[in-house]
Design a protein around this ligand. Structure first.
Ligand code: 1HA
Length: 278
């Protein structure tokens, strides 16, 4: 894949090639742990990929072979969350913490394009939850998965627990969280936590193959399937997204366009020509 950079960031990289956006957390010195800025940049990149009508699939990954992401940067964890360092950010300069990875989780769920987590090395803590909220996970054979919350004084009771339990079952999810063990790629595959495991040297090639296969398919069908899979677990927000997609499709019909046209032409709408379907 011939990646070309398509955005300027500090903590991440944003690259595109043949309809795929690749978003890379680029803090290998801390196993790709995130700070508030990393998450703001990730959010910006996901928006960019969403808005680009040439992009059909998004890959989220970490720089290097050692880690996908190790969660929140514990060095800048204050007493109420992760403290940013941007001198222009009044919240950061007041020493007020953030938990803004939660906003990114929701954003990944709501992005109407498939997101693939491409995992080499550790996906741990809040970094593990990031792969959970992605649609698919392609793992290298050196990947290691786990939660650390109870070890470091944290927990993710949202998608990190509820969605994990949906994926691996209640007993396994509680084991993962309560015991804080690490699981290798084969164990993760066994419990349905990842879609496939490939040799590290083939990780990107295989992930791109998965992306290419989806790119051959109907983007609207993929969009509807993502919203449909999310709907139950996302509650009314999930129904709202699926319903929004129905509105999108309805807008494309003559029937909806008759309503718009009549309003603009200051006449009564004529819906009689449309069947009252059984
Ligand atoms: O739970 C939440 C949230 C919940 C609700 C709402 C928001 C949340 C936001 C975040 C989180 C969390 O992410 S809590 C969990 C935080 N993460 C961790 O507990 C993982 C900590 N790291 C590790 O367990 C290990 O480093 C590792 C298994 C990922 C890798 O081990 P390895 O290969 O033996 O490397 P290691 O030597 O430990 O780490 C290399 C360097 O990276 C070390 O720095 P150095 O001593 O070379 O200066 C290490 O300190 C640093 N590093 C690794 N992970 C982190 C980190 N530095 C800061 N934060 C990290 N997360």
């Amino acid at each position: 894949c011939d990646w070309r950079s398509a955005g300027e960031y500090q903590d991440i990289r944003y690259e595109v090639a043949e309809g795929i956006a690749k978003i890379t957390i680029n803090r290998p010195e801390v196993r790709n742990a995130f700070r508030p800025k990393t998450l703001f940049e990730l959010s910006d990149a996901f928006n960019r990929a969403r808005d680009d009508d040439q992009i059909g699939v998004i890959i989220l990954t970490g720089q290097g072979d050692l880690a996908f992401c190790s969660g929140g940067d514990q060095r800048i964890r204050g007493d109420d969350g992760y403290i940013g360092h941007d001198p222009n950010d009044p919240v950061a300069t007041k020493g007020i913490g953030r938990l803004n990875v939660l906003d990114l989780q929701v954003q990944i769920r709501r992005t109407p394009k498939p997101v693939i987590a491409m995992v080499a090395g550790y996906a741990i803590g809040g970094g593990h939850v990031l792969h959970i909220v992605c649609d698919l996970t392609v793992a290298a054979d050196n990947a290691r998965f786990g939660q650390t919350g109870p070890q470091v004084g944290s927990f993710d009771g949202g998608y990190g627990s509820g969605l994990l339990a949906r994926i691996v079952g209640q007993k396994k999810s509680r084991e993962i969280w309560y015991l804080c063990r690490q699981y290798d790629a084969a164990e993760a595959e066994e419990m349905g936590l990842v879609n496939t495991v490939v040799p590290l040297a083939e990780l990107e090639r295989e992930t791109v193959n998965w992306a290419r296969q989806m790119l051959r398919h109907s983007p609207l069908a993929l969009r509807m399937l993502k919203a449909s899979h999310n709907a139950v677990d996302d509650g009314l927000a999930g129904v709202q997204q699926l319903a929004g997609d129905s509105t999108l499709l309805f807008y494309m019909t003559e029937e909806a366009q008759e309503g718009r046209n009549a309003y603009r032409e200051k006449r009564a709408p004529d819906f009689d020509k449309f069947p009252k379907r059984p």
